[in-house]
Design a protein around this ligand. Structure first.
Ligand SMILES: [Zn+2]
Length: 122
């Protein structure tokens, strides 16, 4: 199809000023009188906005923590550690939870391993 008429100006490339004065170049077709493939506004909304919906870091619903007494104790020690960086703490806490879920409890070896890390440098 060779050019549908611009819907905004009807094909003459100009639109009347709402206040009744001079007409101005049609903002939709920029004076060509032909309908654009897709109006810029429409295009923007559908094509370039998905990033807008990008979710924040996946946050599990509800606090997920150790379920055993040893795990809870270990988590406390990790949190209280003065030698671990925040990201290292988060990693260890996740490890504790993960370890519990696979082993059902915290093994002695695991507890030792984690404790050692909370005390590095002391
Ligand atoms: Zn137009």
């Amino acid at each position: 199809m060779d050019g549908e008429l611009c819907r905004m100006c009807g094909g003459d490339g100009r639109v009347g000023n709402a206040l009744g004065g001079s007409s101005v170049t049609c903002p939709s077709c920029h004076g060509s009188g032909r309908r654009a493939e897709a109006s810029p506004g429409f295009h923007d909304v559908t094509k370039t906005k998905p990033s807008h919906h990008r979710p924040a870091v996946a946050i599990p619903t509800g606090p997920r923590g150790p379920t055993t007494a040893e795990g809870a104790q270990l988590a406390l020690e990790v949190s209280a550690s003065t030698v671990l960086a925040e990201d290292a703490k988060a990693r260890l806490l996740a490890e504790i939870v993960n370890h519990e879920s696979t082993h059902g409890r915290c093994t002695r070896t695991f507890i030792k391993k984690v404790r050692k890390q909370t005390r590095l440098g002391r």
